[in-house]
Write a protein that binds this ligand. Structure first.
Ligand code: GRF
Length: 202
């Protein structure tokens, strides 16, 4: 399964995906693309011998032009799967349509709760007793595509945004490789009814 990973930052999820390759996992990350030249994930990719490319969104006139360039750069690698791993750009409908059924994202909340940014802060402000992370297929609904897998963590008394984020991160690094592996093994797909794993609607 040829995959391209899109990042904007530290790339800890990318690292978890890199580490999950091999040993019977058919995932092959062919390239890592970033919209930021200073994303540490680019160093992680280089260390793993993976091709990298930077496309700075500020160099393009608008979202459509950037997304068109991004699609062109991605499709060079003929990916079966495009993995969003901390890619901090909203994608245009044309982009989402182009990769429909082969575009996954991870979001640091228990979707549909806390779509969007600052999820850890918002979970604390709402005094949620539980928080977590979700992997989902990307559709035109922002953070609203069919869920694949979630992990729940407790919110503990005295938690700060940082301590809570760390607890969630550990789970992200577990469930994202799991979901991606299912896809790479041909066990996970998107249907009009939602995400399907081994023939069962999730
Ligand atoms: C993660 O919290 C992920 O859920 C969100 O962006 C963050 C990326 O972190 N979409 P990293 O770059 O993988 O370390």
């Amino acid at each position: 399964c040829n995959a391209v990973v899109l990042i904007s930052g530290s790339g800890s999820n990318l690292q978890a995906l890199i580490d999950s390759q091999g040993e019977g996992n058919p995932l092959r990350i062919r390239a890592v693309l970033s919209n930021r030249a200073d994303a540490y994930g680019l160093t992680r990719a280089k260390n793993a011998g993976i091709a990298t490319q930077v496309l700075d969104h500020r160099a393009y006139e608008g979202r459509e032009a950037f997304d068109a360039a991004l699609m062109e750069a991605i499709d060079v690698f003929r990916p079966d799967l495009v993995i969003l791993a901390g890619f901090m750009r909203i994608l245009s409908p044309a982009f989402v349509r182009h990769y429909e059924g082969r575009l996954l994202n991870i979001h640091p909340s228990l979707l549909p709760r806390h779509k969007g940014l600052h999820t850890h802060r918002r979970a604390l402000e709402a005094q949620d007793s539980e928080h977590g992370c979700s992997v989902h297929f990307v559709t035109k609904e922002l953070d609203g595509g069919p869920l694949v897998i979630q992990a729940v963590v407790p919110v503990q008394p005295g938690d700060s945004e940082e301590t809570l984020a760390l607890r969630v991160y550990l789970q992200e690094h577990r469930i994202y490789p799991q979901a991606v592996r299912w896809f790479a093994e041909g066990r996970l797909r998107l249907t009009p009814q939602g995400a399907v794993l081994d023939g069962e609607t999730l």
